[in-house]
Design a protein around this ligand. Structure first.
Ligand code: KG4
Length: 338
């Protein structure tokens, strides 16, 4: 049975997972959230340094949990992109070193493919399917006609939806990352503030979040200047309704246009309670199958990287030891690397 060790370090989580014949033996995550919290966002230089400090600890813990030694591993997989360049480098150097030392294949994995395949821990894919990828760094609609066959049919023109949540949370004085606190406050409020989606063609599958963020900032500043209080719960609800409607509307439009049988949610924002509810309602109306990832694999982890790596191992998609990272790697170019 093939044993794969996967490393993820694209943002602020250092993670190592080990699988054996597809079974998850270890899934270790060292999160840096508490460090970046005080800056209100990920500080890339600090993140890379912490990855360098944590990677060996995570490797040792994953090996101990799976009762394996490095010499038992058949292939070393790593997130090659997209992500923060210095952070990606730490994971890649570790994987390259191990592949070289143990003379085993090096498998380059696309981070978003990982988020998508995380759903296989929750259900089976039915093609064609639509992936709604909503995270801190990406907002994309991806159609898959088969295994590893990705076509981007919609993407954000500016900010990612998670990034917008984090920036709005900061303006509202909520902690980083802002997705969960906004989600929690929104449940207690009413959509009493007038916020609008961006003006875009009615049939577009693309997103834009910077205008929504600016509306909230301007509204909060105006209220402060007038000496009026910001009703936090209502503001969170008003923002969340518009932000999530944009995702749901486009997802349903894309599902119809590409006649998909299934929708899968992926990325950190797929933890959002309102998004989950609305996607369930709209998918049920259209008799579409829906996979919602378990909460443990909505945020960055290496178990999802291992899932993709298993397939790449079967197809013998291996990289040379000269492999470099690609912070802007496109998912439809997952097999282009050098
Ligand atoms: O997937 P992820 O770790 O980021 C990237 O890989 O890019 O997702 C992190 C993002 C953050 O922006 C965070 O605020 C958001 O996911 N998030 C949420 C929720 N939980 C996390 N956004 C909305 N509602 C949530 N419940």
């Amino acid at each position: 049975m093939t044993r794969i060790l996967a490393i993820e370090s694209s943002c602020d989580e250092t993670a190592v997972a080990i699988t054996e014949g597809g079974k998850l033996l270890a899934n270790v995550i060292a999160t840096q959230v508490s460090v970046h919290e005080k800056y209100g966002g990920v500080m890339p230089e600090i993140a890379s340094r912490l990855h360098a400090e944590n990677i060996t600890v995570c490797l040792n813990e994953a090996l101990a949990k799976s009762h394996l030694a490095l010499s038992d591993i058949d292939a070393f997989a790593v997130t090659r992109g997209p992500g923060l360049i210095g952070c990606l480098h730490v994971g890649l150097q570790a994987a390259k070193t191990l592949a070289m030392l143990y003379q085993k294949p090096l498998i380059p994995v696309h981070h978003l493919a990982g988020h998508i395949y995380a759903n296989e821990y929750a259900g089976n894919f039915i093609y064609p399917l639509l992936c709604v990828v909503v995270s801190g760094g990406n907002t994309e609609l991806v159609v898959m006609k088969g295994d590893l066959d990705f076509a981007i049919v919609g993407e954000t023109m500016d900010d990612a939806v998670g990034e917008c949540y984090d920036k709005v949370a900061r303006v509202l004085g909520l902690p980083y990352p802002g997705g969960l606190p906004i989600d929690q406050h929104a449940k207690l409020g009413q959509p009493t503030y007038e916020l609008h989606p961006p003006r875009m063609p009615h049939d577009t599958l693309d997103f834009s979040y910077s205008g929504l963020k600016t509306q909230v900032i301007n509204l909060v500043n105006t209220l402060k200047m007038k000496g009026e209080p910001v009703r936090l719960d209502d503001m969170a609800r008003s923002f969340q309704d518009v932000a999530i409607k944009m995702v749901v509307d486009r997802a349903m439009r894309a599902a119809k246009k590409y006649a998909v049988k299934q929708i899968v949610l992926a990325g950190g924002v797929s933890a959002n309670s309102h998004l989950r509810e609305r996607m369930k309602e709209e998918s049920a109306k259209r008799k579409l199958d829906l996979i919602i990832p378990p909460l443990w694999c909505t945020t960055d982890n290496a178990a999802m990287i291992a899932k993709v790596a298993e397939r790449l191992y079967e197809r013998k998609v291996f990289a040379p030891l000269t492999l470099g990272v690609d912070p802007n790697w496109r998912i439809d170019e997952w097999d282009k690397f050098d």
